[in-house]
Write a protein that binds this ligand. Structure first.
Ligand code: HEC
Ligand code: HEC
Length: 220
């Protein structure tokens, strides 16, 4: 009997929640080794194409929340399409290691992936086009532009496209951007990053709304 995608998702999550010993899982490789492995795959067209094909299959369970091709239609779920591959891999590693906390459900799904599947998915999603839905510039966006130029541009870039391990912000879901900035600012352990903690510490809620409004005007 064919298993429906959602049923499969639930099965995987239940499986992932089982005690580690019962699954006899190999030790988690060091993040640097996984990044090196991903870089190596990217350099060879044949191995990259294989990884993209596998990644498309493995990412099928993620569509329920992150949308087709990683284009989310849910305000608090991030777009993964066109996100930088090394950043995507790093965040999945963080969910596995517990240095980033999200719903137990998604953490379970990601823990159930092998490290190679994480690499394949990161490569696949980073190469999917992100749906354009840019907003017009208004007064709030203009205030956000000033803050962005002062505080954020040095790392995330003028176009908000980031680099390697620095995430692309252009084209990201607005509500998710606001939530993420608040998570870094709160320092409650949901998102841990010393740089983002210091850059968000003094932001007011209105600043966060302005920054998100500005970012929504950038072309993905
Ligand atoms: C039940 C819904 C759900 C499913 C299924 C799901 N995710 Fe997520 N995902 C979320 C939410 C919500 C967030 C943002 C939460 C947060 O920041 O803590 C997120 C965040 C992420 C992020 C971080 C993105 C960023 O910009 O930092 C990655 C990477 C990710 N998910 C990968 C995956 C992958 C890969 C799968 C499939 C194996 C998957 N997710 C399945 C809901 C889901
Ligand atoms: C010193 C470099 C640096 C500066 C300056 C910086 N960021 Fe970041 N930002 C990062 C890094 C690195 C990450 C990924 C951290 C992690 O692993 O959680 C990040 C993550 C983020 C995220 C999460 C994106 C996602 O997909 O989940 C948002 C939103 C963000 N930054 C917005 C900003 C804004 C707005 C500013 C200015 C107020 C800013 N950043 C300043 C380096 C920086």
């Amino acid at each position: 009997m064919p298993v429906k995608p959602l049923a499969r998702l639930l099965l995987i999550a239940a499986f992932a929640a089982a005690p580690a010993a019962a699954r006899d899982k190999p030790a988690e490789p060091a993040p640097a080794a996984l990044h090196a492995q991903m870089a190596q795959i990217s350099q060879n067209t044949a191995s990259l194409n294989e990884a993209l094909r596998r990644g498309q299959q493995s990412a099928a369970v993620c569509r329920h929340c992150h949308g087709a091709g990683g284009n989310s239609v849910l305000p608090d779920v991030p777009n993964l399409a066109s996100q930088n591959a090394a950043y995507l891999l790093e965040q999945m590693n963080k969910f596995v290691q517990g240095t980033r906390k999200s719903s137990d459900f998604m953490t379970g799904l990601i823990k159930a992936l092998s490290p190679e599947e994480r690499i394949d998915i990161a490569l696949f999603l980073s190469r999917q086009p992100v749906t354009r839905k840019t907003a017009d510039m208004n007064a709030q966006g203009a205030a956000g532009r000033q803050l962005y130029a002062k505080l954020c541009i040095g790392c995330h870039g003028a176009a908000g496209s980031g680099t390697q391990k620095i995430p692309r912000l252009a084209g990201q879901q607005v509500k998710y951007l606001e939530d993420s900035l608040k998570r870094y600012r709160a320092g409650s352990g949901e998102r841990i990053d010393p740089m983002m903690a210091s850059y968000t510490r003094n932001l007011k809620d209105a600043d966060i709304r302005s920054l998100a409004a500005y970012l929504s005007t950038l072309q993905p």
